[in-house]
Design a protein around this ligand. Sequence first.
Ligand SMILES: NC(=O)c1ccc[n+]([C@@H]2O[C@H](COP(=O)([O-])OP(=O)(O)OC[C@H]3O[C@@H](n4cnc5c(N)ncnc54)[C@H](OP(=O)(O)O)[C@@H]3O)[C@@H](O)[C@H]2O)c1
Length: 348
Amino acid sequence: MPFRLLGNSGLRVPLFSLGGWLTLGGSVKGDPVKEIIKAAWENGINMFDTAESYAGGQSEIEMGRVIKELNFRRSDLIITTKLFWGVRKGPNDTGLSRKHIIEGTRESLQRLGLEYVDVIFAHRADHSVPMEEVVRAFNFVIDKGYALYWGTSEWSAQQIEEAHHVATKLGLIAPIAEQCEHHLLHRDHPEREFAPLYRKYNLGTMVFSPLFGGILTGKYNNGIPDDSRLAVEQEDQFKRKIEFLKSPEGQRQIEIIRKLSDLAEKELGCKMSQLALAWVARNPNTSSVILGASKPEQVRDNLKALEVIPKLTPAVLAKIDDIVGNKPAPWPTYGRLALDPLSKFSVL
Ligand SMILES: NC(=O)c1ccc[n+]([C@@H]2O[C@H](COP(=O)([O-])OP(=O)(O)OC[C@H]3O[C@@H](n4cnc5c(N)ncnc54)[C@H](OP(=O)(O)O)[C@@H]3O)[C@@H](O)[C@H]2O)c1
């Protein structure tokens, strides 16, 4: 497993990590959780991501239980959790007030059965709380030893900039990384909007939903398989996704995935899912790609993406860009040489 630095920090994180949204403690409970975490660990994954709100707190509980049962040494693990959505809906049980950041962190640690997490993420930005309160509260959490670093998730570039400015002004620790959605069908936010931040702050991303929830495996190309996330999950967002897949835009995306699957099989000798994962992992601004899995075989299968990364030559990447047709427009250069968005020091 290759390791990269998590953003502008000294923390070495595996290029592929494992997350628990919907699966661990949710659709997967008991021994199968252990099997999935074990499959990840045995294949070099030592970073596990969860959140206070996943499965109403059960994801943290299950992850903590398995960590204990597998007898891992704490310093060999990197555990990340996230605060914002809460597990209760009282006026101070959600969001990023100092009160919820501190109380929420303590509750997460209790559920996990751990003394600290490695990184605590603000699961969304909170427009109702002054940024100084947010930055000070995450610094308190770090000073107390509840977390070693903090990060953001699905924040805008402007919000991340503000957090950096406030931290600099106050001599405090800034967020080290952004946990964001990034995959072949979702590029503008992580690639174009964040481009200046990669340079200015050495921002690193911990990428979520790299398979677009499974759609980029190609398994939805001919309908909804019975045991798939879209068939199993009952929330409205998944019903909306099923409707989306039937819409003309959804069908256009499925057609793109069919073409990419063809390229994966015929030119790269791999599966669509492995191509999609390798494509995100090859981006140098990606610190870690968080895998989601409902079965241990998925973890093992997905890690074969590591062998696909060297096959993504500039010619192959150009073909992928042509098929998908969503390469973000570069920032205007006003006649000067453009900066390479994937390299800190080179001009194109
Ligand atoms: N910060 C945030 O706001 C945020 C948001 C979302 C996720 N996350 C984090 O990112 C993690 C990953 O997100 P995600 O679960 O959406 O990732 P994903 O990789 O896009 O989707 C994972 C799902 O795809 C299916 N799948 C995976 N590998 C497969 C394979 N080889 N063959 C067939 N199906 C396969 C499985 O679903 P089924 O088998 O059930 O169909 C699996 O649960 C989460 O667990 C969480 O830790 C963070």
